[in-house]
Design a binder for this molecule. Structure first.
Ligand SMILES: Cc1ncc(COP(=O)(O)O)c(C=O)c1O
Length: 385
């Protein structure tokens, strides 16, 4: 995340603050005094809680969303020679996972009104080698999963949801994981639910669940907890897997957060509404359209392209934590040089990426901080306009 370095402004509004506290400390202490620290009973408890929360049959805890996306692609049988279509308006992890799996990333443009992957652009990018689509529920807003499920079924493609931006989002009564073949979550430090670093993959299919568990533990057929529960027996390694299991320490921090998810989401919604109420009428500023229930992971405002980088600098100098989510990733050096993409290929994603600024957002961000951020931005727009 491209956070802008701030100078020594007297006032500081952090980009993000977590609210982990006494409940997480108590849960962490319980785990420290238990037998397991690694992928054990707390992870199993967390997986059941998340599966129930989402209304999806299985969840598999992993070390990060990045690794979860990688394992989901492998579990779905995607590899060299296959093409996977995704959005260029995302964090690099989405496309990197495709490369890790040995497949070829293909980008399709976004809807300029929402920033979400455009199903028509995806359909146009399908070739005989296309095997999967990774949609990204951008900033906490879900794509229209009914449309993408129908598209995937029509073309016999696997459908993966990059749901790094929240577990709380819903659209048409659908949760991440209910329509996709796999939905992958991030519990990175700035995410709406966090343990510092962690992730999970939600799947409906029992066989996929088994494959993911195997892949997250070296491709060994029997996991640590199963081995502990029974007398010693030789185990086998049946495929090349990875070391990517969530730990009980991480799960201990995540479990107490279920009770606060909705309250936190509501508080973030109030912050976003606060920014929109204060800024929507400002000439030169606009917001993307939001449909369904957003997790409100990020609040982005669109600014004039030629002024965006100066605004980032000036907001930073005013002590305001800002970021850019995201400069369209097909324009980054690696994707240009190694995968042959060029600027100008996905104009809607680029237009958003060149104009967007993410504002400070966390549950309980004080009202006078929202005022301060909005006033500074309005002042800067007035001066430069
Ligand atoms: C859209 C998106 N996908 C994937 C990731 C990767 O998540 P993690 O840091 O858990 O690997 C992120 C993290 O910022 C993200 O924003």
């Amino acid at each position: 995340m491209a956070s802008v370095v701030m100078n020594a402004s007297p006032r500081k509004v952090e980009f993000f603050r977590h609210d982990l506290g006494e409940e997480e400390i108590a849960s962490f202490r319980d785990t420290l005094s238990s037998l397991f620290l690694t992928t054990g009973p707390r992870v199993a408890e967390f997986e059941t809680l998340l599966a129930t929360y989402l209304g999806v049959a299985h969840c598999v805890g992993v070390t990060s969303c990045t690794h979860g996306l990688h394992l989901a692609l492998l579990a779905l049988g995607i590899g060299p020679g296959d093409e996977v279509i995704t959005t260029p308006l995302t964090f690099v992890a989405t496309a990197n996972a495709i490369v890790y799996a040995g497949a070829t990333p293909v980008f399709a443009d976004v809807d300029p009104a929402t920033g979400l992957l455009d199903p028509k652009a995806v359909e146009a990018a399908i070739t005989s080698r296309t095997k999967a689509v990774i949609v990204v529920h951008l900033y906490g807003q879900m794509v229209d999963m009914k449309t993408f499920r129908a598209l995937a079924d029509r073309h016999h493609l696997a459908l993966i949801e990059d749901s790094a931006h929240g577990v709380e989002m819903r659209r048409d009564g659908i949760a991440p994981g209910q329509q996709g073949d796999a939905a992958v979550f991030s519990f990175y430090a700035t995410k709406t639910m966090t343990c510092g670093d962690g992730g999970a993959v939600a799947v409906r299919d029992t066989n996929l669940d088994r494959r993911l568990r195997q892949l997250r533990y070296h491709g060994i057929s029997k996991d640590v907890m199963a081995r502990h529960a029974t007398p010693y027996a030789h185990w086998d390694m049946v495929e090349l897997g990875y070391k990517a299991g969530l730990s009980d320490i991480d799960a201990a921090l995540l479990i107490p957060q279920f009770g606060r998810l909705e309250q936190r989401r509501h508080k973030r919604e109030l912050v976003v509404r606060g920014y929109r109420d204060r800024l929507e009428a400002t000439p030169g500023l606009s917001f993307l359209r939001v449909e369904g229930i957003s997790s409100h992971h990020l609040c982005t405002v669109l600014t004039p392209k030629e002024r965006r980088d100066d605004l980032l600098r000036d907001l930073g100098q005013a002590g305001i934590g800002v970021a850019v989510n995201y400069r369209a990733i097909h324009g980054l050096t690696y994707y240009r040089e190694q995968h042959g993409f060029r600027k100008g290929q996905f104009p809607h994603a680029e237009a958003i990426g060149d104009r967007t600024i993410s504002l400070p957002l966390w549950p309980g961000l004080p009202e006078d901080d929202i005022d301060y951020v909005a006033e500074r931005l309005r002042d800067l727009m007035r001066v430069g306009g």
